[in-house]
Design a protein around this ligand. Structure first.
Ligand SMILES: *Cc1c(COP(=O)(O)O)cnc(C)c1O
Length: 442
């Protein structure tokens, strides 16, 4: 089983050396023993590699481009700092993500705030911190302008304005992550686009951007083709009607990764040909001058940089089925339960002489849905063994919870042959620290 996947593992910097699984050159069995489990392990190298390979492909076609890391995929300060040092920009979905970016030393010009269902407090926070917002409805424009006025900011100091367009063609790994189509809550539809920008222009905005994000977990680049055609035709129409130029055009994120051993990585050259090339031709044909090309990948940059280590505590054969019970559950990594997502799971120590058996890898949460891997063929497992759950660096820790009153785990960074604690594990005190007991129960 393992040998045929060697090439696939190697891409993720995972390799068995004398039967011990190594990540970024470090022995995961030893790391699990040293730090305890569950444990999130992040490889600095993988983040840098993914950023560089993507940047190189974009640069090869069109140099005026920015990659905005979607902070919601992994908002660890260390991950943000690594990406910042590579020259990345950032896309935030909330005030909290902006706060985290600023705490990591990222400057406001590098951030786009692509919120959804913005409140006036959100606008005030963005304006005070000099952060550009990417609006999600026409009604929000009115409130944004009111907020600028309330803060006594003249229109000459308005940040560029951008709207998220819903191009009606979406894609993604699960219906919940497909973010375009008439029935989804995101963006504005074609019929309202001219009105949105007319109002923005009439309200004193003089710099414009435009945005789409069609969904998440797209492994086939061809899924971008239809939305691209639609999006560019909307922009062309807008330009003809309103005579506005764009500082930037943002094509969103969504770039997928190969979660399954039989999957090939996203074809970046194909992506370039279907997204970047038509953009470039479009820009040339409209004589808009130099327009900044933006994308906002989250998963692509961070998913493969993370491995979740977990220890088996219980092997159970109920007469029908074998279960390997582990100490990570959907409180630690929710994707398998929430989306039915596949995360490859492999042992930290290989025992080649053992027979392969089929296990459900089950967490400790009191719900039958707490299964991290269904019907996985693995060399016979024993209690106390460690397992590595792969590709947990995006939508992993950020989606964890304290459900069942289990504190969240620690995070460790692997860098230049060292393991560095970057997030302490929560303690039982963290479970109750914000709670107050009413007087009559004291
Ligand atoms: C979630 C999201 C992204 C990132 O999605 P990935 O699939 O992780 O690349 C980018 N832009 C917006 C607006 C998003 O909501």
């Amino acid at each position: 089983m393992i040998v045929e996947h060697e090439r696939w593992l190697k891409r993720k910097d995972l390799e068995y050396k004398s039967d011990f699984l190594h990540f970024a050159g470090m022995n995961l069995f030893e790391l699990a023993k040293k730090h305890g489990t569950p444990l999130y392990v992040i490889s600095e190298d993988i983040i840098r590699q993914r950023y560089r390979e993507l940047k190189k492909v974009l640069n090869s076609e069109y140099e005026n481009n920015d990659i905005h890391f979607a902070v919601k995929a992994n908002s660890s300060l260390t991950v943000l700092k690594i990406l910042q040092s590579e020259g990345a920009n950032f896309d935030c979905t909330s005030r909290g993500e902006i706060f985290t970016c600023l705490a990591a030393g990222i400057s406001p010009e590098q951030i786009i705030y692509t919120g959804n269902m913005f409140t006036n407090e959100d606008f005030e926070y963005a304006i005070k911190n000099k952060i550009m917002v990417n609006l999600d409805s026409i009604s929000q424009l009115k409130r944004l302008i009111e907020t600028y006025k309330r803060l006594n900011i003249p229109s000459s100091e308005y940040k560029p304005i951008s709207f998220r367009i819903n191009p009606e063609f979406g894609a993604g790994h699960h219906p919940h992550t497909i973010t375009a189509g008439k029935h989804v809550k995101f963006g504005i539809l074609e019929e309202q686009v001219v009105e949105a920008y007319t109002r923005a222009k009439n309200s004193g905005f003089s710099k414009f951007g435009i945005h789409m994000h069609i969904g998440s977990g797209i492994i086939n680049y061809k899924d971008y083709e239809q939305p691209m055609i639609k999006f560019l035709s909307i922009i062309r129409n807008l330009r003809e009607k309103l005579d506005i130029s764009f500082e930037f055009i943002d094509f969103g994120g969504g770039l997928g990764i190969p979660y399954r051993p039989e999957e090939e990585p996203l074809d970046l050259e194909g992506y370039k040909n279907i997204v970047l090339r038509p953009f470039k031709e479009f820009v040339l044909s409209t004589s808009m001058g130099s327009v900044n090309f933006k994308i906002e990948p989250g998963r692509y940059l961070s998913a493969e940089s993370g491995v979740l280590l977990t220890q088996i505590n219980t092997i159970k054969n109920n007469g029908y089925k074998l279960f390997a019970g582990v100490d990570a559950g959907f409180n630690t990594l929710i994707r398998p339960t929430m989306y039915g997502s596949y995360h490859h799971i492999i042992p930290c120590k290989l025992s080649k002489e053992k027979n392969e058996l089929v296990y459900d890898i089950a967490g400790p949460i009191c719900e039958s849905g707490d299964i991290l891997g269904k019907e996985r063929k693995l060399p016979e497992l024993s209690e106390n063994d460690y397992l590595a759950i792969m590709d947990a660096g995006a939508y992993g820790y950020v989606m964890s919870s304290q459900y069942n009153s289990r504190p969240r785990p620690a995070e460790v960074l692997l860098t230049q042959g060292k393991d560095v604690l970057i997030r302490k594990p929560e303690t039982h005190d963290d479970l109750i620290k914000n709670q107050l007991i009413p007087d009559h129960l004291k």
